[in-house]
Design a protein around this ligand. Sequence first.
Ligand SMILES: NC(=O)c1ccc[n+]([C@@H]2O[C@H](COP(=O)([O-])OP(=O)(O)OC[C@H]3O[C@@H](n4cnc5c(N)ncnc54)[C@H](O)[C@@H]3O)[C@@H](O)[C@H]2O)c1
Length: 257
Amino acid sequence: MNGIDVAGKTVLVTGGAQGIGRAIAERFAAYGARVAIADVNEEAGAALARTLAEAGREALFVRCDVSRLDEVRGLASEVRAKLGAADVLVNNAGIFPRADLMGTDEAFWERIMGINLKGAYLMCQAFVPGMIERGGGSIVNIGSTHARSGDPAAMAYAVSKGAVVTLTRNLAKGLAKHGIRVNCVQPGWVASEGETSRLRATGTDPDKLFAEASSRLPMGRIQTGEDIADGVLFMASGLSSQVTGQVLTVDGGLSLR
Ligand SMILES: NC(=O)c1ccc[n+]([C@@H]2O[C@H](COP(=O)([O-])OP(=O)(O)OC[C@H]3O[C@@H](n4cnc5c(N)ncnc54)[C@H](O)[C@@H]3O)[C@@H](O)[C@H]2O)c1
């Protein structure tokens, strides 16, 4: 398996209704994959599936909260029935509210871990059996550079994304014998819908902040969803057939010291 061999493959993207996940779903669809979008945002997810279908792509939207075992199991059954067992799973759904240690109460911690970490584990558990039956597959977990920078003002988020790297490496070792690769793509800073509305809610002008940040970045700009989608396409396709348990950082040089 070599090259960008995703045409005809079934690709599931969680959190695919908007932002980075949407760019990933669109990228795979453009390369001929059959794309399933799982999200809690029914309106945007269904609209994206319709747009892709109108453009002649095969696309399915399923409402699913990745932190809920029953919903993840329902998603796996529906995708299998309608598009066949998934060849590629992209665990992208995530939330990024910010708080330091003393500002993090138990409910806040559990909500972040439930979606960002438990969601990825539940999804892998639900979709790996189909990949084993198919004789292989590829899982790409979306992490964050916060995993390494350890920003104290985003304590639980940084911990959840650090654990996503550990999950990636642990699963990669265990699943290699089934031909399943597991990798992580770490975005730096992306002007997604979620990030833009988070900034607006704190009274920050996102455009001004993104422009200032861009001028400080080694590569001269913050990232787009499409930048991240290209990294995911690499990690999911035959272009990386001997890469597993690894982290690809797509951050325009943000993490360089
Ligand atoms: N935007 C950034 O700068 C940035 C940087 C590093 C990492 N990331 C990571 O990239 C991923 C996508 O972020 P984004 O910026 O596109 O965010 P976003 O808020 O624009 O999109 C996230 C999507 O996930 C969905 N979602 C949220 N909770 C869900 C749940 N429980 N089940 C299913 N879907 C759910 C939302 O409805 C939304 O469609 C996240 O994992 C995030 O942590 C983002």
